[in-house]
Design a binder for this molecule. Structure first.
Ligand code: GLN
Length: 486
C-alpha cells in the first residue's frame, strides 16, 4: 500500500479492502517514525487527518465518492488550509493559523475528498533550490540523507519518495516542482500558468507562481491535476477554460510524435551522467516511434538573469504585507511604529528572503527600473517567442531537468549564484508560462535519481502527461524506491 498507485488505492477503497481511516493511519505511522530523520513535514495533525478520513469513509459508503475520495495527500505549506498552521517555512508565519482554504485545498480536500496528512517543508517563501532556507531546518533526501531533496517543494518530494504519502502538492516559480521531483526520483508536473488557482497560495512571484503535483507516475499526477485545476473567479489570473480530464490521452496512440531537442539543453554545463541518461531516454522514445528535430532557444541564456530580476521584484512587493501589524511575526520590543516594522521584518525573514527583497526593491527603484526591470521583461518576451518558434516544428521539447543529481547539504549554500544555476533548465518555462514535467530516467553512479524534462505548448498538459506515461509503460525507473525504510 505504501507505494501503491492512486488507481490501486482507489480500487482498494472501493472494494472495502481498506478504509480511508486505515490508510491514513498507515501513513501517519510512517510519518511518526521517519519524519524526525527526513524533516519532510512541518505540521502533522492526526486528529484533523483522521476526521477527514472518517468523512471520506462515510462518502465512500454513501456512494458519492470521487475517484480520489479517501486517498491521502500532503500539502506544501504554502497553501492555506483552514484551521491548519500555514507557515511558508518562515519564522514570519511560524504561528499563523489560516482562516480560510486555498482553492487547491477546497478542490482536492473538500470537493474531491482527499485526506491531508499534513503540511510539507519547503524553502522559506519558496525561495531556493535545496530546501535549506526553511526556518524549520533542511529536508534530507531519502535516497541519501546527506544530500538535499531539491527545492523549494523539497518536503513534498521527500515525503513521496520516502513513502510518507502517495502524492503531494507543490508550487513552481522557477523549477520548484520539477527540480525536487528530479532529485528524488519522482514525477512532477507544473501546468500552464493560470490553470491552477493561486487563491490562498502564498505569493512569491505572482506572474510566475503555479501550483502542481508531485507523485510517482504521470498517471497519478494527471488524476490529481484534473481535480485541482479549473477556473477560479477568486484569482484574477485564472484562465476561463472548461474543466479538463488530464488523463484522457493516456492510452492514445503515440504515432507521429515529433520531439524537439533544444540545442541549448545539450551543450556544456550539464553533468555527463545526467546527459547519458537523458540520451538513453531519447533513444527509448525513438524506439517507441518518435521522430526528433533539433531546435534552438537562442535567448535561453537570458532566463536566469531575467528571472532573478523579475522574481525578486514581484517578491519585494508581495512580501511588503508582512509588516507585523495584522498577522505574522511581530518583534517583542520596539520604540515606535517604524522600529516595529524594521525589527519585525529583520527578525521574521531569513537571509535568502532578505536578499530577494533587497534585489527586488533595487531593480524597481526609480533610477534603475528601465535598466533592469524593463530589460528583464523584454528578455522574458524574447524567451517566450523562442518557445513559440520551436513549437512550430515539434510537439514537445525534451532535455534534462537539472544539470546535476542531488548535491550535498551545505554544498551550495555559500554561493547564491551557484544555487541559482540549479534551475538553468527549468526557469525559461516559467517565464513563458508553459506546462512542463519531470520524470525519472535513470541513476548516476552514486545511485542518485536523474530527471528528464518534457515541455509542452500552452494547454498541452494532457499530451505531455501521456508522453511521460508512454515512457513509464516501457521503463521501470519510476518503480525504484530509496532504501530508507525503517
Ligand atoms: N529556485 C528558484 C528560486 O529560488 C525557484 C523557486 C521556485 O520555483 N519556487 O527562486
Amino acid at each position: 500500500m505504501i507505494y501503491a498507485s492512486l488507481s490501486t488505492l482507489r480500487a482498494a477503497l472501493a472494494a472495502k479492502k481498506i478504509s480511508s481511516v486505515e490508510l491514513a493511519r498507515l501513513f501517519l505511522d510512517r510519518i511518526a517514525r521517519m519524519n524526525a530523520r527526513i524533516n519532510a513535514f512541518i505540521t502533522v495533525d492526526e486528529e484533523k487527518t483522521l476526521a477527514a478520513a472518517t468523512e471520506a469513509d462515510a462518502r465512500l459508503a454513501a456512494g458519492n465518492a470521487s475517484p480520489l475520495t479517501g486517498i491521502p495527500l500532503a500539502q506544501k505549506d504554502i497553501f492555506c488550509a483552514q484551521g491548519w498552521r500555514t507557515t511558508c517555512a518562515s519564522r514570519m508565519l511560524e504561528n499563523f493559523i489560516a482562516p480560510y482554504d486555498a482553492t487547491v485545498v477546497t478542490k482536492l480536500e473538500r470537493e474531491a475528498g482527499m485526506v491531508s496528512l499534513g503540511k510539507t517543508n519547503m524553502d522559506e517563501f519558496a525561495m531556493g533550490s535545496s530546501n535549506e532556507t526553511s526556518y524549520f531546518g533542511a529536508v534530507k533526501n531519502p535516497w541519501d540523507e546527506a544530500r538535499v531533496p531539491g527545492g523549494s517543494s523539497g518536503g513534498s518530494a521527500a515525503a513521496v519518495a520516502a513513502g510518507l504519502t502517495p502524492v503531494a502538492t507543490g508550487t513552481d516559480t522557477g523549477g520548484s516542482i520539477r527540480q525536487p521531483a528530479a532529485l528524488c526520483g519522482l514525477t512532477g508536473v507544473k501546468p500552464t500558468y493560470g490553470i491552477v488557482s493561486r487563491y490562498g497560495m502564498i505569493a512569491f512571484a505572482s506572474s510566475l507562481d503555479q501550483g502542481g503535483v508531485i507523485g510517482r507516475t504521470a498517471e497519478d499526477c494527471a488524476l490529481v491535476l484534473s481535480a485541482m485545476a479549473g477556473f477560479d473567479e477568486k484569482d484574477s489570473t485564472s484562465l476561463e477554460r472548461p474543466a479538463e480530464d488530464y488523463s484522457r490521452l493516456m492510452d492514445a496512440p503515440f504515432a507521429g510524435l515529433t520531439i524537439g531537442l533544444p540545442k541549448e539543453f545539450f551543450s556544456e554545463g550539464c553533468d555527463a551522467e545526467v546527459m547519458t541518461a537523458v540520451q538513453a531516454a531519447l533513444a527509448e522514445y525513438q524506439k517507441l516511434g518518435a521522430k526528433t528535430v533539433e531546435v534552438t532557444l537562442p535567448n535561453m541564456r537570458l532566463s536566469v538573469p531575467a528571472y532573478y530580476v523579475i522574481a525578486p521584484a514581484e517578491a519585494s512587493s508581495n512580501l511588503s504585507r508582512f509588516d507585523g501589524v495584522r498577522y505574522g511575526y511581530r518583534a517583542p520590543e520596539y520604540a515606535n511604529l517604524t522600529e516595529m516594522y524594521e525589527k519585525s521584518r529583520a527578525q521574521g525573514f531569513g537571509a535568502e528572503v532578505k536578499r530577494r527583497i533587497l534585489i527586488g526593491t533595487y531593480v524597481l527603484s526609480h533610477g534603475y527600473y528601465d535598466a533592469y526591470y524593463l530589460q528583464a521583461q523584454r528578455a522574458r518576451r524574447l524567451i517566450a517567442n523562442d518557445f513559440a518558434e520551436a513549437f512550430k516544428r515539434c510537439d514537445v521539447l525534451l532535455g534534462p531537468t537539472s544539470p546535476g543529481t542531488a548535491f550535498a547539504l551545505g554544498e551550495k549554500r555559500a554561493d547564491p549564484v551557484e544555487m541559482y544555476l540549479s534551475d538553468i533548465y527549468t526557469i525559461a518555462v516559467n517565464l513563458a508560462g508553459l506546462p512542463a514535467l519531470s520524470l525519472p530516467c535513470g541513476f548516476d553512479a552514486k545511485g542518485l535519481p536523474i530527471g528528464l524534462q518534457l515541455i509542452g505548448n500552452y494547454f498541452d498538459e494532457a499530451r505531455v502527461l501521456a508522453i511521460a506515461h508512454v515512457f513509464q509503460r516501457a521503463t521501470d525507473w519510476h518503480t525504484r524506491h530509496p532504501a530508507c525504510n525503517l
